[in-house]
Design a protein around this ligand. Sequence first.
Ligand code: DX5
Ligand code: ZN
Length: 219
Amino acid sequence: MKKIKISPSILSADFSQLGNEIRKLEEGGADMIHVDVMDGHFVPNLTIGPPVIKALKKHSSVLFDVHLMISPVHDYIEAYSDAGADIITIHPEATNNLKSSILKIKELKKKVGVSLNPGTQIDTIIDFLEQIDLVLIMSVNPGFGGQKFMPEVLTKVKELKKIQKEKGLNFDIEIDGGINFDNAKTVIEAGANILVSGTTIFKSNNGDVKKNIELLKSK
Ligand code: DX5
Ligand code: ZN
């Protein structure tokens, strides 16, 4: 079994203190930093773009796990790569040609992530699994932090894990949305090995991110 990794989402951080927040996460044992990029079009919310990512990257030596919720995504991939993204995750619905967007990320020598919304089936990406480094399973509809975990996506995680074994592949299975101390064990047992978490990490236990990262990892 793969080692469980935690990718804290800075969506729940103090945006006036992002550099400090990232240092705190790194000191607290974060394996990577999850950056939620939203465009107010693919999802009904707007966050940050390449200049902010570039500035933050200077504050950190951990991987930047950049989740692009923007459409059309293809022509922006290079800007996020240049800004310092290590993993670039895209949604199939956000590109006209998933194959060429995957190739673009690979050409830039970044890790390829593809994300499945709660309503998007594994079939959408089945032909591309050999090229993918990470599948991000959304356990909420993307757009906002602090939403309630949708337990019905566990079936998809289990199914993906099964397909992975059958095909002898090694991509990471990351889960994003509503992860907390109560459901962490269940999602790990279903097959996820990277847990994204914003609210639980930044708001539980008076914002003791180290403690919260440790607690999620110990599940
Ligand atoms: C939702 C984002 C998530 C989310 C995680 O669109 O992709 O990363 O903010 O935050 P919590 O843990 O608060 O659900
Ligand atoms: Zn995300």
